[in-house]
Structures are given as structure tokens and as C-alpha cells.
Design a protein around this ligand. Sequence first.
Ligand code: ATP
Ligand code: MG
Length: 558
Amino acid sequence: MSADSKKAHNFIESLIKDEISSGKHAGKVVTRFPPEPNGYLHIGHAKSICLNFGIAETFQGECNLRFDDTNPEKESQEYIDAIREDVQWLGYEWAGDIRFASDYFDAIYDFAEELIEKGKAYVCSLNAEQMAEYRGSLTEPGRNSPDRDRPIEDNLQLFRDMRAGKYANGELVLRAKIDMASPNINLRDPILYRIRYADHHQTGDKWCIYPMYDFTHPISDAMEGITHSLCTLEFEDHRPLYDWVLDNITPPARPRQTEFARLNLNYTITSKRKLKRLVDEGVVEGWNDPRMPTVSGMRRRGYTPESIRAFCDMIGVNKAGGTVDVGMLEFAIREDLNARAPRAMCVMRPLKVTLTNYPEDQAETLTLPVHPQNEAMGTREVPWTRTLYIDREDFVEEPPRKWKRLAPDQAVRLRGGYVMTCREVVRDSEGNIVELKCEYDPNTLGVNPEGYKPNGVIHWVSASDSVEVDINLYDRLFNHESPDSDKEGDFLDHLNPDSLVRLTGARVEKSLAQPRNDLPYQFEREGYFFLDAGASEPGRPVFNRTVTLRDSWAKAKN
Ligand code: ATP
Ligand code: MG
């Protein structure tokens, strides 16, 4: 490794540095991010996006956005639009126009004819069942199709007839003629084209035959002058086929494929197909449900592009695979939000407090910093009145040892305000606590009381001068560390029933009467929150909790 490559972000970057210094690679570095538009992007795709766009940035090259759209039945414009928005939101700019593998269908078709003419592809009439039987297994070689030696002229005619719509779905396929005895099953005469009478979102009804992914991908890469085609490890065994295709046609460029490990995150799933089931079966609100590991779900929950990119940087890129702890993702978002989130107080489960010695007609305005470590963010005004709210969970009648909050005849400081002591607990006819009568100490604003010590600091809002809001608290969607590893059951058996808790009628301080939809907030002692603009009504904001202030999960659940 050269000295320079020590600074590389990942092994692919060092590989390319070495290629450049040894002269193996010359010219621009061109990568691509090639999603199939059959669902929304998830955190795994974010890793691939950061890698592909990151490599292009490092080498001052280019990265294309290309939709790999060879399965029209599963794809849609909705997914194309969502993916485009997500890539942009993550902060990346693709080179030139958006591309589609379907832009190359004519060229791909011509390359198929080229292979037929070279005697390297043939039309096969085995049905799916026979095909599987002829393919052999990991321990047994396959057998040649009876159609394998069909004359070139006949293959050409049949292939043209397939294209012209003279055959039914599944009746014929075009196969590469490679080696039915290859230890690599991908090389046992793989299918290149199949018949599908399906309207395509880009090409309409122009085609009734569609090329397979393994044939489409190397050609699309070559058409775009991609130099480094980066993909996940499950394609390692497909690389010989990727190379075979490019070696047996006359491609306009010669890309190379390099594989890296997929990102797996515990307590969630990263598979579009499975995420689609959560959506289709109504387990979640939609692809952008804040519990989803989708880019759009994370955005709605309050994740920032910076935090997702920092996370991808943290986990790195390698060939080893494994599972990343979701705690790392939460660490990344906390780091980012801690620095930028304005502070505010929000009482999630309001309990009324009357300050019996504070005059009815009096009120004052306290001035608190927006951010305790960043003066430049300014100050906010918080009204102090005779009636306040505190959180129900900050009061108990019989405090356990080391209780740091309010209890009868004990004193606490109200954050940024005065110290008060609880004198009386008021109940309704059913015995529920509905109010606390407290006495405040007028000599404690910004100074310690004399002769006694408050029990802790709790947050609060003015009852008459605060804003009612609704809050969504999220927890992990699954209560199993790897929900899809259960071979017998279904990943849906492992849903966490408490993944969403809705609190209605919480109260935030007045400075949030007009919350911004582009800023995360820290509600003191409760976590980081983000306005759910779509779910909010005028005058009734809804906030989603992005993440708690500390990682209390492992402790709470074990
Ligand atoms: P899914 O199984 O979720 O549908 P996919 O690989 O089929 O994933 P594509 O749309 O084909 O989804 O993926 C686009 C790119 O993103 C590919 O290069 C793929 O390798 C990469 N990618 C997908 N999932 C992950 C992941 N979990 N970690 C890293 N890269 C991923
Ligand atoms: Mg795929």
C-alpha cells in the first residue's frame, strides 16, 4: 500500500488509489448507484449511495443515478420519484440526467443478437421446471438443453419472433451458451432474455421481452463508461458472468465489478421486499412511517442527512459483513442533533401545579438560552405563571431512595426558574391525583435556596401560556435482534407491540407556538423531536421523537 492509501476511507478507495499509481487505471473514475425502482430506499442503500458518490467525490470523478428497471411488473413511477428525492436529500448530485437501464434496451437487444450470431447464445424451449432439473445442483453438473445446438439462423429467427410477440409468456427464453458443468451455477447457460407481456413505466408496450439483470447490468455499466461497478457481496458469484458478457460482446467500455458487504442492522430489516410487506399489510403507515429504516421514514422521524452520512462513515466498507448495532445509528443522530438542536421544554403527561403563594394576576418572563453551549443561538422567553404543568412521572407520593424529583414536602428546582416545595396533593372523586399545591421560593431565581437543598431539577411549562401538541414516541419496530433470521416463523412474528406510543395533549413552551419544520428540537430531559408537518393541523403541531437523549434501551429491556 502506498503511504497515501493509508488515509483512504475504505478498501475500495485504496484499491483505486493503487490502480492509479500503478497505471492500471487512467482517466476519470465513474461510478453509479443502480437501484431497482421496486420500493423505497433504506439505510442499506444509504451505505451504497455514500460509497458510490463518495468514491466519485474523492477522485473528482462522477457518479450516475441509474434505475435498474428490467422488472416492469414490480416497478413504478412512485418509487422512481421517491428514490430520486432521497438521493438528493442525502446531499448527492448525480452526473447528467437520471438514467434508466431501459434507455439501453435497443442496445442490449443488439448485443443479444451479436451473441447469437457468434454462436454464444441460443433460444431454449425448456419450461421452468425442466430448466431447474437440467441445471443440476451444487454437487452435480447440469445437462445440456436439447436446444443448445440449434443452428444460429434458427436462433436468430426465433429470437426475433420472441420480440415480435409470436410466443406466450414463458414459452421461450434466450440463454447464454457457456458451460452446463461449471462449478459456478451462474455460468450454467444463464437466461439472458425472457418473454413478459407487461407495460413498462418507461417504454410502454414497446417490448414483450425483457433482459435479465445479469445481462443488463454489465452492458448498462459499459454504455455509461462506468469504471468501477460496486455492488454487494451476493453478486461475487455473478462476477464471472459479468465478465463473460463484456468479454463476448464488443462493449463501448470495460467496467470492473468490486464487491463489498451489505449493511445489516439489528432489530430491523433491510430488504425492500420485506419492507413492502409491512406497508401492504398495514403494519406501518406507509414507506415513510418514522419506524421504518427507509430514508424517507428516517427523514420524517427527524434524522438529518449529515447524521446518516456520518453513520455510513463510521461503519466503513469492507468484505466481512456482519451486523451493525442500531445503537450506532442512534449515536450518530444524537451527536449531530446535540450540536444543532434548539432547546425547549415539553411536558408530555401534564399534571397541574398551583403555586399557592404566587399572586393570581402576576406573571413574569424568564429568559433562557436556546442552546446551553452555544450563545450565538440566542435566548428564548419562557412565561412563569401561578399555574404550571409538570410531568406526572416527575412526582410520586412515596419516593424510592435516591428519588431526584418531586414528592410531598420536598423541593425541586423548575428548570431555569424558581425552587418550589410540594405542600398538598389534590385528588378527584376516583382518587386520581389531579393537582399539586406547591409553594415557590421567590429568592431562588438563579441562586440556591438558603437552609435547604432542592431534590433535583425538573422541566415544566406555564399552564395558561403554553401550546397543546401531540407527541409520537417510537421504539424499535421489532423486538428480535434479527427478525428475519427465524427460519420457521415469519419476521412479522417479531413485531414490537409498543413501537409507537401516541401522547395527545402534551404541552410545549410558548416559544414553539410556530415550530419550524426544518429544525430538530431538544425537549429537555425527553429527547430530540422533529415536527411531523404532514400530520400536524393548524394550531395543533405533532412532534415525532427522533431519539432519546441517552441509550436507555438495553437497560430497560433486559
Ligand atoms: P433489496 O433487497 O432491499 O431490494 P437490492 O440490492 O435488491 O436490495 P437494489 O435496488 O438492487 O436493491 O440496490 C441498489 C444498490 O444498493 C445495489 O448496488 C445494492 O447492492 C445496494 N444495496 C442494497 N441493499 C444494501 C445493503 N443492505 N447494504 C449495502 N448496499 C446495499
Ligand atoms: Mg435487487
